[in-house]
Design a binder for this molecule. Structure first.
Ligand SMILES: Cc1ncc(COP(=O)(O)O)c(C=O)c1O
Length: 403
């Protein structure tokens, strides 16, 4: 007789977990937003934008930071500033949000989609090397959910083949690889501050770099050609001819919200990392379940989610990953199943087959379509008792659905 909640049994969470609402809000920030509103100074290299650029550069240890409208245009601007365009190929992982690949198409280059590592779910360095051609110009590793791509191996490949590396850090704020903040190891680090992200302002993004000339270019591209920290209507020098610029500006409201979150980022990253370790131990102890591994050299892991793999070979006849997740949800333990497919098979992907190349991606396909369950960020702010119950919900479902 099944005692799963989905079959009418008692829920593991008789009282729902106190999962915090996301993004976080602070009363003092609400007051400061009012001040900005009343000041009439809402945009254009305002005080808060410049302050966030300085603070985020300091936090990450980068030389420059350029805030922008979102974490898709940051990828585009990074590629444009590096001179990537038509005729070039850019290697991207098969399991990521479509923006990683579509940004490559927007700048006129060709995304080359390669497989991921089965343990970290991030791009597999061996597959990168196999996909390199004379046209390859760059690699975009994505530090996915709660892990990090192997930056040492990727940088060695990039050096050997003279390639640029743009780290897609949309999921990895606060993460450190061998003590270095993600985004500072490659040529550019691209961040998203979209509202589900670890650091969130509704919409928003930033590029960081250690190369000041590159930082200056990225600032100009995203500010329709203006030099850094310019006042509106006061361009001192023009952008170089051929550097096609755009308006991807962020507003003062967003910069203020991000500054308020940056103050707590280290503390919150450490809290989430400790919660993830607690869950990792409990979930890895369940037969048929393995938690996404941390980055090989993670000295501090920044979590956006915790990825969990349900071994599809071990699921009982007729049981799917979706049903497993639904059964966990029915215990009042909300979890999700990720994007559900490879980047080029997600519903919103609109790039014709002639405009990208995909290598064999069996690892990503199995994970994305049959095995991945994601535990959202907010869980990692819950108490140990709640996390223990979340693991209990997985164990309870596994006892019935895994053989
Ligand atoms: C891996 C990855 N890269 C880039 C982006 C794009 O960020 P944005 O939504 O801010 O444009 C996202 C957004 O979810 C993402 O998950």
């Amino acid at each position: 007789m099944s005692n799963l909640a989905i079959n009418g049994g008692k829920k593991v969470f008789e009282v729902p977990a106190n999962i915090p609402s996301w993004p976080p809000v602070y009363e003092d920030t609400a007051d400061e937003i009012r001040e900005i509103y009343l000041s009439h100074a809402w945009s254009f290299y305002g005080k808060k934008e410049v302050e966030f650029n300085n603070e985020f550069a300091k936090y990450t240890g980068a030389n420059c930071c350029a805030m922008m409208a979102n974490g898709t245009v940051t990828l585009e601007v990074a590629m444009q500033a590096l001179g990537i365009g038509p005729g070039d190929e850019v290697i991207v992982p098969a399991y990521t949000w479509i923006a990683t690949g579509e940004a490559v198409v927007v700048v006129g280059a060709t995304p080359v989609i390669v497989d991921i590592d089965p343990a970290t779910f991030c791009i597999d360095p061996a597959k990168i090397e196999e996909a390199i051609t004379a046209k390859t110009k760059a690699i975009i590793p994505v530090h996915l959910y709660g892990s990090m791509a192997d930056m040492d191996k990727i940088m060695a490949i990039a050096k050997k083949h003279n390639l640029f590396v743009i780290e897609d850090c949309a999921h990895a704020h606060g993460g450190e690889w061998n003590g270095k903040h993600v985004g500072t190891i490659g040529d550019v680090g691209s961040f998203s501050f979209q509202q589900s992200k670890t650091v969130a302002s509704g919409e928003g993004g930033a590029c960081i770099t250690n190369d000041e000339a590159l930082g200056e270019k990225m600032g100009r591209i995203s500010h329709i050609g203006y030099q850094y920290a310019a006042k509106q209507g006061q361009a001192s020098t023009p952008p170089p001819i051929g550097l096609i610029c755009h308006n991807y500006r962020i507003t003062e409201f967003q910069a203020l919200i991000l500054l308020s979150q940056l103050r707590n980022l280290r503390r919150d990253t450490e809290t989430r990392a400790a919660s993830a370790e607690f869950l990792r131990e409990k979930l890895n102890a369940i037969d048929g379940i393995t938690v996404q591994e941390k980055g090989r050299c993670a000295t501090l892991q920044g979590y956006y989610m915790l990825g969990v793999r349900i071994d599809s070979d071990r699921l009982k006849e007729g049981i799917t990953r979706a049903e497993f997740a639904q059964a966990v949800n029915a215990e009042d333990a909300p979890v999700s199943t990720g994007w559900g497919n490879l980047m080029n098979r997600q519903k919103l992907w609109s790039v014709p087959e002639s405009m990208y190349r995909i290598e064999s991606c069996a690892v990503a396909e199995r994970l994305a379509t049959k095995e991945l369950i994601t535990i959202p960020l907010q869980w990692l702010m819950c108490t140990r008792e709640e996390l223990a119950k979340l693991a209990e919900a997985f164990a309870k479902v596994a006892a019935e659905y895994i053989r």
